[in-house]
Design a protein around this ligand. Structure first.
Ligand SMILES: [Zn+2]
Length: 171
């Protein structure tokens, strides 16, 4: 295949995944799930989805960022095999910034946070969290990419919300 076409296809596929996730119903829907399975990616469990929907990581629409990340990973994997035949593609893959891409997506599905939202969250959302966070107030691990708290009682290595491996400790 022509080098240009290969690069174009790579970019189109990334963009298509982004759009599909964005146009999905809040937390994912049937259409998104079948898109995921076409890449061999499993959606989050219902338990994890419910947990996230009730957490402070509010979303107004779209699939969860971690699921889009998994699709991006599959797309990169797929094109990496063709990398040697196209320096342009190799360069595009090398430049692909996963954390930035996932964060960009998160910014798009976040609810508009006017003052009203801040007050509402102060009244409801944070209260739910504070009981759990109080215990470890001096040491809260949060995701460096999206800011989600890492909850010790849920055993996982990556951020449940966006899939990032990068955590930082906030004192
Ligand atoms: Zn995260």
């Amino acid at each position: 295949m022509d080098e240009n076409n290969l690069l174009k296809e790579f970019n189109n596929e990334l963009d298509q995944a982004f759009q599909k996730a964005w146009h999905s119903e809040k937390g994912g829907d049937e259409n998104w799930n079948s898109f995921l399975s076409s890449y061999g990616v499993s959606p989050l469990t219902k338990e994890n989805k419910d947990f996230l929907l009730n957490s402070d990581m509010k979303i107004a629409r779209g699939a969860f960022p971690i699921e889009l990340r998994r699709v991006f990973e599959k797309i990169i994997e797929k094109y990496r095999v063709l990398e040697s035949s196209s320096p342009m593609l190799a360069s595009a893959i090398g430049k692909f910034d996963m954390e930035a891409k996932v964060k960009e997506y998160y910014q798009k599905i976040k609810p508009f946070s006017g003052l009203g939202d801040i007050f509402k969250n102060a009244a409801t959302g944070t209260q739910k969290y504070s009981s759990g966070l109080q215990k470890e107030k001096q040491k809260t691990m949060t995701c460096k990419n999206c800011g989600a708290p890492r909850l010790e009682e849920m055993q996982y290595d990556n951020c449940l919300f966006c899939g990032s491996k990068l955590f930082e400790t906030k004192e």
